[in-house]
Design a protein around this ligand. Sequence first.
Ligand code: ATP
Ligand code: MG
Length: 383
Amino acid sequence: MGNTARKKINSVQSEQSTIEFVEELKRQWLETIDAIPDPFIMINDSYIITKANAAMAEIADSSIKDIVGKSCYKVFAGRSSPCENCQMAKSKPGKTTPGYEIYNAKNDRWYEVATRKLQNESGQRGIVQIYRDRTDAKKLQNRLAQNEKLASIGQLAGGFAHEINNPLGGILVFSQMLLKEMNKESTHYQDVVEIESAAKRCKTIVENLLDFSRQRPVNPKLESCDLHLVIRNAVKFADLGHNKERGCEIKLKLNAKDNIFISDHNRLTQVFLNLCSNSFQAMSKGGILTVETSSDQNDKNRWFVAKVIDNGTGIKTEHLAKIFEPFFTTKEPGQGTGLGLSIVHGIIQDLGGTIDVSRNKVKGSTFTIRLPINTGVKRGASS
Ligand SMILES: Nc1ncnc2c1ncn2[C@@H]1O[C@H](COP(=O)(O)OP(=O)(O)OP(=O)(O)O)[C@@H](O)[C@H]1O
Ligand SMILES: [Mg+2]
């Protein structure tokens, strides 16, 4: 073989190994960005996605090859023009602009987006964005803010309920005394019956308010409660009271291993009864009520987790922050007092647990309750 031929072979071999080297680098780079759990994306200055990792494809509910080459605003926001808060113009080369928050309706999660401007040697511009999932932190923040707000509303409501409780008791007792002494034929008998029933309605509202504000002057019974039995009973009551005409299907998936809880049976029943009643009421044309339980463990506690899931009307995003407030209701006047969920919130807080609500991906709502199984909380003792 002559020198020229050998040189040619060497050059082909070196070209091949360069290609293999570049291919290997590319493979490593793609594998690395796919291994990053945070969604990652590169966009050119025409808003076209040039690279994305697996996590990004997942939150776009698509595949990498289906999003690359498309405009970012179309893929992520379903828009036909760039988003108002687009960071393309705002970001600076060599500097990562820390996060603005975006909500991804496809997976119901919040992300903080960090952006960095890119500029290659040929002057081509674009940005790289890294998304960080902030949903859990945001939930915690919202829960703390909500608890604070509810605590001050609770104080106000509790004070009001306390003050009104005694005069109301008087109206009730005196109207009942009158009824005993009055002749049923008297023209005013029916008026006094109305007074008694209105006073009873007010008394229930006052008691519910005291429950919500955790100022009810009763000592709850502390007993060993089987939470699965509590749930079965509550579902049965709610079914009898609210599901006769609706005919919703009921699915119970009670898989928690730790389901014994020291508390007041009636108060626990009230929690699940209120949640299931709301679910049935949200499924006026039928649907499925699912109650699931599971056990969860973190560093300090073992938790009993219960999810009440329905595929009813769902809760509007702007209502999510208000539904635990007393008297918030979307029902027709006379149909609901708007106290159900505020009572549930008060009881769960009293038990050292948490309650969260979320909108389901397709339809309906999910309420998630977490109760600490093995802590020293007072479990049901009113403060
Ligand atoms: N599962 C659900 N699906 C849809 N909306 C719900 C659901 N649960 C609660 N809501 C919304 O939250 C509001 C407040 O609920 P809450 O139980 O506190 O009061 P209410 O059901 O309206 O009245 P009450 O419980 O006193 O009869 C409801 O009016 C409804 O708009
Ligand atoms: Mg209700």
